[in-house]
Write a protein that binds this ligand. Structure first.
Ligand code: EPZ
Length: 420
């Protein structure tokens, strides 16, 4: 098993380019199932989750060619419609094949993803929407099956602004007979990008980025040519790294309209944030003020930045209150941060962080993707050395992060853990 060793206490400075957005590339790659032919996506990040998508698309009958950030999907033969358990359980976003497969081929059989470290992660709203469009949904032996000769447009109210649910239903509606209106839809930038991609394929999606998305179904779509946007969560992670190490980093790909909530909180914490063409410069100013956050759907403070922001608040003057409102179990980084000396108490969905002068390097364990990033940030700021194990979590969502951080002045090694 690999681990990451961080020699902390070094200021980070310089310029870093973030990779393509994992949470946009995933739905975009599954959207290729909406049309036969050869699709070409660029700026696709090299991540373990993207490798899983490749395996899944090949299992479904696609030919895939990857060269650097180019990801080519060729769907010319028969497309299978079953997504197997061994792939879905490693990446729950695989449920996003449901919408495109049942829309184009009238059938999809997908292993239920099951929960994950951060929560139960149900897909009831995905299924409720497909049923409203006429799909017959059956559950058996851990698989969900959707059947429908042709989906029909419907007005669907989403009980909560689910990102994956909005994405699945947008893709399903793209080939439905008639118009679909998604109310209380997710508003994330990844939703806007998926709508742009479906429209580039000949679809008719309007309102993406607002809470009401209207999709006029068409009879067929054409192959996709698209470039994935920069990863706003990777960008936010580097922005926090600048503040934590009292450094000065130009983050290329940190787009202001993707980062309003984070920028507002970083400035409240005392950082200086200066936009430039194509990114933002973030400077630490010697002191970190404590700030309260409450995670919410976009444009609220992103739940995917909660663990990283908590690492920052461990070094703040004063006490901050962090309220995780999206997932039910997204505090697993807390006990690892406590091993580094952090003073944090949890009560239900709320963590109270009392700032301390310094974190101390220690052996810690990654438990999920964003918790891994939180531990890296803590290790960068901590005195002495931090060893992070189970970094396969990290590799799901960050492309060569140690290389990027070392180029900014960090001292990080990836090595095999002793005896494993
Ligand atoms: C997406 O997950 C992201 N993943 C997550 O990023 C992100 O944390 C999440 O959106 C929220 O922003 C991808 O885009 C691949 P949701 P998703 O459906 O779609 C409940 C990361 O670190 N819910 O918006 O699964 C659900 O339990 C990952 O990159 C239902 O109850 O999130 C959760 O509490 C982690 N029923 C809330 O909604 C449903 O049918 C938000 O889930 C669907 C969701």
């Amino acid at each position: 098993m690999e681990q990451i060793v961080i020699h902390g206490g070094r200021k980070l400075s310089g310029r870093v380019q973030v990779s393509g957005a994992k949470n946009s590339a995933l739905p975009l790659l599954f959207a290729t199932l909406l049309a036969p032919g050869t699709h070409r996506l660029t700026n696709v990040p090299a991540l373990r989750d993207i490798d899983t998508v490749e395996k899944l698309l090949v299992t479904l009958g696609a030919e895939v060619r990857r060269e650097g950030d180019l990801f080519e999907v060729c769907l010319n033969g028969k497309t299978e419609t079953t997504a197997p358990y061994d792939l879905v359980r490693t990446m729950r976003a695989s449920v996003l094949v449901l919408g495109p497969l049942v829309a184009r081929l009238g059938h999809a059989r997908v292993s239920l993803p099951g929960g994950c470290a951060i929560g139960a992660r149900p897909i009831n709203l995905h299924l409720k929407g497909l049923e409203a469009m006429g799909a017959e949904i059956t559950l058996d032996h851990g698989y969900v099956e959707a059947r429908c000769d042709r989906l029909k447009g419907a007005r669907i109210y989403l009980d909560m602004p689910t990102v994956g649910g909005t994405e699945n239903l947008m893709m399903a509606a793209a080939l439905a007979d008639g118009t679909t209106v998604l109310e209380n839809a997710a508003r994330e930038p990844e939703i806007v990008e998926l709508a742009e991609a479906i429209n580039a394929m000949g679809g008719k999606v309007a309102g993406a980025g607002t809470d009401t998305v209207t999709i006029e179904g068409v009879d067929e779509l054409r192959p996709l040519e698209f470039t994935v946007m920069p990863d706003r969560i990777e960008a936010g992670t580097f922005m926090i790294a600048a503040v934590m190490t009292q450094g000065d980093i130009e983050v290329v790909g940190a787009l202001p309209d993707h980062q309003e909530a984070l920028v507002s909180k970083l400035e409240e914490a005392g950082a200086i944030v200066t936009p430039f063409d194509g990114g933002m410069r973030v400077q630490g100013t010697g002191t970190i003020q404590s700030v309260d956050i409450r995670t919410r759907a976009f444009p609220g403070f992103p739940t995917d930045m909660q663990a990283q922001f908590m690492a920052l608040m461990c070094l703040a003057n004063g006490t901050s209150v962090i309220n995780e409102r999206v997932f039910e179990n997204r505090f697993m980084h807390v006990c690892e941060l406590q091993r580094m000396g952090a003073d944090i108490t949890i009560e239900g969905h709320t963590a109270t962080v009392r700032g301390i002068k310094k974190l101390l390097g220690a052996p810690v364990m990654a438990t999920d993707l964003r918790a891994s990033a939180s531990l890296i940030l803590a290790g960068l700021a901590a005195e002495n050395t931090t060893q992070i194990s189970r970094i396969y979590h990290l590799d799901r969502g960050y492309e060569q992060i140690e290389k990027k951080l070392n180029a900014l002045g960090a001292r990080i090694e990836r090595c095999r853990a002793d005896g494993v």
